[in-house]
Design a protein around this ligand. Structure first.
Ligand code: BGC
Length: 815
């Protein structure tokens, strides 16, 4: 590694212009190279659920991990680290130096559109999980990026929202996971789009303190994509790298500002030094090289992803139904549209094209093959957004191959470029010079006649024809600058066409390119909606005739996506009615919920078992089948409190008023908010059942500690069930009579243990010194109050098995 003197010497060899050029991306995903010092470009890619690479190209797929909320549910840092290793291997395969992950924002409200992309409601659990992922990625020479610094916890007006939060709230809640990331040695931090306390994050004083000063972060602060809006303040503040490029508010303006003395040249040098340090860390002073990676092939990666999908699933209730014994089954009804078409990931910039998806239906079928009959009934359509044209239903009109034809035309309609593609969702196609129109066409083979819904997404003038008949035509103006909307998830306009037979139809969508219209073109088609009553009746019939009914329900593409917050938590379509009807027909009904964040489950007491699968990644069905049939324990615990209904949730506001979003709940988010409100949620943070039972036998905890010291609690527990299992022992704290405001109870640590049936085991839970401290706004320092603190050991924030007291002996203040 190059030391600081060597880095300084390299900086000294560059002119001001050369230095400034390095501080803005060369392209959307690359930093600039500088031949004079032997520096190559560095490639960046989203993250976090997989490494997409530089192109949004469905022909170059990626390993798709479970989404972050599912990783938050693991409570297993070793496994998270292994998954980080898989991200590093994917990065190496795709020539990526910097992965734009993990997202360390918090589940402040269940409505957050990117909830699925964040680990947890709790700063401690988020910090520990994030640190593990960072270690996993970076130990293989690939950089991780802690994002989005800070308080970027919801999507409404995300480019401009001004979050108002007290210094104490920031320090103890929202900054804490980033502090853990810096402690884990993260190499980049991404400054968010939002403002905090009236300063946009790319120019925020929080970049200097605590990030670079007090915490000693020595890496690069990169802007979120197009978050930099002015040259000088961010340059004087501690932003280092503006992405994407080459257009940026820096460049010539920054050179001028330095020459005019408005930005000190040392500030530029400091940024370049950090960038070169990063380059050194990822090996960018040498050509990209092949590295040995922990996950070497798709067989290994699939096995790991399958294990992770199972380990993160959370069993919320079980009335003796799970695990299922295949030898006792002759017919299994698998019900719900998500069983055959699951959501494996949330929407937005994190999206990747998975190479293979094992659906719940396929996973269950594979497990029961030759043993039991599997009957699948999709049930009513849960309001699923029409899906992009695909290889299943369409063929390229020119070659006849499964997929679509993408053409780029010039002003006169002449073809400049044509290629066969696999999807009607094209996000960044290659556009040759002179390109005026993007066209996607396909021959669609309808599996049924009736009123089909066709749609086109994107901005600019668009037309959509079906067999020559114009269904949609118009200019669609963009109403936002949000790149996730403009380039990734543009709104889709829809129209209906009645197809009178199953005869193939020719679908042609065209989008005229005008400046600022973004890169995305999307063409969708959805078959006629089935009669909800009829299909529900069929599902109920199938459930009644089966030994077990497995109902898979979930959110739809409209929901849980970057750029938009959610407006409600209820499952779309007739899914609640479907679950109720099926559960009434068969007491052995297992409900599997396929969502990234909380949904309302008004039927939760009526079903045989309730399992959260989250957005499980590509091995969804394989992991699910392992859990359902007992090959794996559902190892997950809730990383977030799930309320019975949105109306009950204590913190729901995501809409700024006058541009401001006050975090008026302060320290009290997640389970702390429920405790303060005196309300019981449906399921507490930390809750989750395995397939065995545990007795907490004894706890050995210190009665006295010195302020500023960590301590260990030894919890002895016994597996009292009939099979081996894993238990997550959690520790919470409280401070009745505190001289400062505190949560009624807060989470301070956990340890997971395994034991065979009948065996006792000891869990050593480390309680870090930070668990006892609070941020004193008067002293602008961490303070630890002397006196007694309650210690609680339990299975969730609402299930305590032991209580004791520890007394802190002296007050401590650390600056
Ligand atoms: C998102 C980031 C992402 C970036 C690049 C932004 O819109 O907020 O999370 O890394 O785009 O895709």
């Amino acid at each position: 590694m190059k030391d600081d003197r060597t880095l300084d010497r390299l900086v000294g060899r560059l002119t001001l212009e050369q230095k400034v050029r390095l501080l803005t991306g060369a392209t959307t995903w690359r930093t600039a190279a500088e031949a004079d010092i032997g520096l190559r470009e560095m490639v960046m890619s989203d993250g976090p659920a997989g490494v997409r690479g530089e192109a949004w190209d469905e022909r170059r797929p990626s390993a798709l991990l479970p989404s972050a909320s599912a990783l938050g549910a693991l409570w297993d840092e070793e496994l998270v680290e292994e998954l980080g290793g898989l991200l590093a291997a994917e990065a190496a395969r795709k020539g990526v130096d910097v992965v734009l992950a993990p997202t360390l924002n918090l589940h402040r409200t269940p409505l957050g559109g990117r909830h699925f992309e964040c680990f947890s409601e709790d700063p401690e659990l988020t910090g520990r999980t994030g640190a593990a992922l960072i270690r996993g990625i970076q130990s293989h020479g690939v950089a991780a990026t802690a994002k989005h610094y800070v308080a970027n916890d919801s999507e409404t007006d995300r480019l401009t929202v001004d979050v108002r939060a007290s210094e104490r709230t920031l320090r103890e809640v929202y900054l804490a996971p980033f502090e853990a990331a810096v402690e884990a040695g993260v190499w980049l931090v991404m400054a968010g789009y939002n403002a905090v306390n009236n300063v946009t994050m790319t120019a925020s004083p929080l970049l200097r303190e605590p990030l670079k000063g007090e915490w000693g972060f020595d890496g690069v602060v990169v802007s979120d994509w197009a978050a930099l809006r002015s040259a000088e303040e961010p340059a004087r503040a501690a932003l280092d790298l503006a992405m994407p490029g080459p257009q940026s508010p820096w460049g010539a303006s920054l050179v001028r500002a330095v020459k005019d003395g408005r930005v000190p040249e040392e500030a530029v040098d400091e940024k370049v030094r950090r960038l070169l340090r990063l380059a050194d860390r990822v090996g960018a002073f040498a050509p990209p090289r092949r590295r040995r990676m922990p996950v070497r092939n798709s067989y290994e990666s699939r096995a790991l992803l399958r294990r992770a999908a199972a380990a993160g699933s959370v069993l919320l209730t079980n009335r003796g139904v799970l695990p299922l014994d295949p030898t006792e089954l002759s017919t299994v009804a698998v019900i719900g549209a998500h069983a055959a078409a699951p959501r494996t990931q949330g929407g937005g910039s994190a999206g990747v094209f998975p190479s293979d998806v094992v659906t719940p239906l396929a996973g269950i079928r594979a497990r029961l093959r030759g043993r039991a009959r599997v009957v699948h009934v999709p049930g009513p359509t849960p309001g699923v957004a029409p899906s992009p044209l695909d290889t299943d239903r369409c063929r390229d009109p020119r070659s006849g191959a499964p997929g679509v034809l993408l053409r780029v035309l010039d002003e006169s309609g002449r073809e400049l470029h044509a290629e066969h593609r696999l999807s009607g969702r094209q996000l960044e196609p290659d556009l040759p010079a002179g390109a005026r129109t993007v066209e996607i066409s396909a021959v669609l083979r309808p599996r049924q006649a009736g009123a089909w819904t066709f749609g086109v997404g994107g901005f600019g003038r668009m037309t959509l024809t079906v067999d020559g008949l114009t269904l949609l035509e118009g200019v669609f103006l963009r109403e936002t600058d949000d790149p996730a909307v403009v380039h990734v998830n543009p709104p889709v306009r829809e129209a209906r066409a009645v197809l009178t037979s199953k005869r193939p139809v020719h679908v042609v969508a065209r989008r005229e390119l005008v400046p600022g219209c973004g890169r995305a073109t999307v063409v969708t088609a959805a078959p006629p909606e089935p009669d909800a009553e009829l299909v529900s009746a069929t599902a109920v019939e199938a459930a009644r005739a089966a030994d077990v009914a497995i109902v898979v329900v979930g959110t739809t593409e409209h929901d849980e996506t970057e750029g938009y917050d959610r407006s409600g938590l209820s499952l779309g379509g007739h899914q609640d009615d479907l679950v109720r009807a099926v559960a009434a027909a068969n007491a052995r009904t297992v409900v599997v919920v396929n969502s990234g964040g909380p949904v309302e489950m008004p039927w939760r007491e009526e079903v045989g078992a309730l399992l959260l699968a989250w957005f499980p990644g590509q091995e969804a069905g394989a992991g699910l089948a392992d859990v359902l049939f007992g090959l794996a324990e559902p190892g997950g615990r809730l990383p977030t409190t799930w309320g019975a209904s949105l109306a009950d949730a204590p913190v729901t506001r995501t809409r700024p008023v006058g541009g401001r979003l006050p975090y008026s709940e302060g320290l009290h988010i997640g389970h702390r908010a429920w405790l303060r409100a005196g309300r019981a949620p449906a399921f507490w943070f930390g809750h989750g059942l395995g397939y065995t039972t545990w007795e907490y036998e004894a706890v050995d905890a210190p009665t006295k500690v010195a302020a500023g010291d960590a301590f260990t609690m030894r919890v002895r527990l016994r597996n009292t069930g009939t099979r081996a299992g894993r238990e997550v022992v959690q520790v919470y704290m409280a401070r009745p009579g505190s001289s400062v405001e505190r949560p009624l109870r807060w989470f301070v640590g956990y340890a997971a243990v395994r034991a065979e049936a009948g065996r006792a085991v000891t869990a050593d839970v480390e309680v870090p010194a930070r668990a006892l401290r609070h941020w004193s706004e008067e002293e602008r320092a961490w303070s630890t109050e002397p006196g007694p603190y309650r210690l609680m050991v339990g299975r969730s924030a609402g299930d305590r098995r032991w209580e004791g007291t520890v007394t802190v002996e002296r007050r401590a203040v650390t600056g």
